[in-house]
Design a protein around this ligand. Structure first.
Ligand code: ATP
Length: 491
């Protein structure tokens, strides 16, 4: 049990070290789902012949957008520790040895070839692609590149744009390893060969002015997949944006596929996709791929076989759940919300219907359609967008002022749903009546089977002043203590 707790609640390490000094027991009343770290993207797993950590070079500058990402500059060297959903966890080898996530297509494995990291060397492209690249903006007269020769393995070609034409020169390689364009003019490496022809460009009648610029891959590239790779098997649900299907990727990997209903919702979809791409946490639904070329647009995520928590709580299996299970669900969701709070992202639609359930009661937060990155601490809207009033904090429902603390209010309602097996909050009241009652100080009553400590947590979440509500990391700890010891020692 202790081992299990240490593993699944690693954020409480200090706590464990104090209260559970290395005792291990086999009893585990509740199994959590173990995330399977399989990826559908090209693998970066190290070759068994090579050292465990692979060396990579950075191809493009990348600026971190969140605390767990790593800003890197072109030419830097990285040691890659693991690959995860189109990103790699990498450690910088120069400067501060910091670690973080970098998009996998922003780096390439370092080759033994001395030229592999040079700005003018582009490996694996054909003569036709070289033509296309050099003739496309931002390249111009004098742009040049060195590529692998198509016809002579192990040799190279120099391609140079001369006004509107591209000229190609074969670079010969001597058995001793030196290079030359014309017999008699040998160079020990490609750098020196280029230096000579840059200075003496009239020999080849083509000035070497600028190394070829390759377009930076767009964010979409790493996720975009052809629609034909996905098979739809069973419709699982439907939301405002479209239908969600259980399916497979290349007939093997089980996935959930969200299909956009109308083309005019592309913007909302794009927002949801953007949020899914940037946010990575075990308790958040994981994006696997998107199909956005043509219609209809697909968002492909990991499959959570038990569907949404609200329906699950109302199902026969849900009715078997006990307080202990409810506490496990509550801790998992508080863990995911702590991450969102740290990322300054406010979900705005936290509710049991937006939590997905997998095997072993693993819960993940989904539906980032409404989520916003907070530039300031509080997000305010002026529009009259549809909002889930009974889940929304009064300041957000009345003044459209959203903050992590308005998510905390919703979390209190979520707890109520969980401990009532999915009952609708404020049953019998309209949205308007609910707001009136709340502003007069009314709060939902304690559900029958809900421990007093948990109801105490709900009431904390529903404090009128947002600043009086606890942050998610405190909620996580309070609930975890109740889960573990049946009470929390903070009051
Ligand atoms: P909205 O349109 O506002 O997003 P919603 O949350 O009800 O509303 P969807 O996210 O489209 O809509 O999901 C609809 C339903 O499909 C969910 O309630 C859930 O039952 C099911 N579902 C969605 N994603 C998954 C998934 N990854 N795995 C399993 N079931 C899913």
């Amino acid at each position: 049990m202790d081992q299990f707790l240490r593993k699944h609640f690693a954020f409480l390490t200090t706590f464990w070290n104090k209260f559970l000094p290395h005792r291990v027991s086999n009893s585990c009343p509740l199994e959590f789902w173990e995330p399977v770290d399989g990826s559908l993207h090209p693998t970066l797993d190290p070759d068994p012949e090579e050292p465990a950590f692979s060396l990579f070079g950075v191809l493009y500058d990348f600026t971190a957008r969140s605390a767990d990402e790593l800003s890197v500059n072109r030419g830097e060297k990285l040691c890659v520790l693991k690959e995860e959903g189109g990103y790699v966890l990498a450690r910088r080898l120069s400067g501060d040895p910091v670690m973080g996530y970098v998009p996998a297509n922003y780096i390439s494995k370092l080759s033994q070839e001395p030229s592999a990291q040079q700005p003018w060397y582009i490996s694996g492209i054909s003569r036709t692609t070289a033509n296309h690249l050099l003739l496309s903006p931002p390249n111009r007269h004098g742009s040049f590149l060195i590529r692998d020769s198509e016809s002579n393995r192990g040799e190279y070609s120099l391609s140079v744009r001369n006004h509107t034409k591209v000229r190609h020169f074969r670079i010969y390689k001597e058995p001793g390893g030196s290079f030359y364009l014309e017999k008699g003019h040998m160079f020990p490496n490609l750098e020196q060969l280029l230096a000579y022809y840059t200075a003496n460009w009239n020999v080849i009648h083509s000035p070497l002015l600028h190394p070829c610029i390759q377009k930076r891959p767009t964010e979409t590239d790493q996720w975009e997949r052809p629609r034909s790779e996905f098979q739809l098997w069973r419709k699982m649900g439907e939301g405002c944006f479209g239908e969600v299907w259980e399916g497979t990727w290349k007939n093997t990997v089980p996935v959930a596929i969200k299909i956009m209903k109308q083309a005019d919702m592309r913007d909302d979809f794009a927002k949801e996709i953007q949020n899914l791409k940037c946010l990575k946490h075990t308790r958040l639904i994981k994006l696997l791929a998107i199909c956005s070329v043509g219609e209809p647009v697909y968002i492909v995520t990991e499959l959570m076989r038990k569907g949404n928590l609200h329906s699950y709580l109302n199902s026969a299996a849900g009715k078997e759940l006990t307080t202990h299970h409810f506490l496990s669900i509550s801790c998992q969701v508080a863990d995911g919300m702590t991450y969102l709070e740290e990322q300054h992202v406010v979900h705005r639609d936290l509710a049991a219907r937006n939590i997905l359930v997998g095997e072993d009661l693993a819960c993940k937060i989904a539906d980032f359609g409404l989520a916003r990155l907070l530039k300031d601490d509080v997000y305010s809207t002026t529009g009259n967008a549809m909002i889930p009033v009974k889940w929304t904090a009064p300041e957000a429902a009345i003044y459209q002022t959203y903050s992590p603390k308005s998510d905390v209010w919703s979390y209190g309602i979520f707890l109520y749903e969980v401990f009532t097996y999915g009952q609708c909050p404020y049953e019998g009241l309209t949205n308007q009546e609910t707001i009136q009652q709340i502003t007069r100080g009314y709060r939902l009553p304690r559900p029958n089977s809900c421990p007093a400590e948990v109801y105490g947590v709900m009431l904390e979440c529903w404090k009128s002043h947002p600043e009086d509500r606890p942050p998610f990391h405190s909620l996580r700890e309070m609930l975890f203590c109740i889960y573990k010891w049946g009470h929390y020692p903070f009051s």
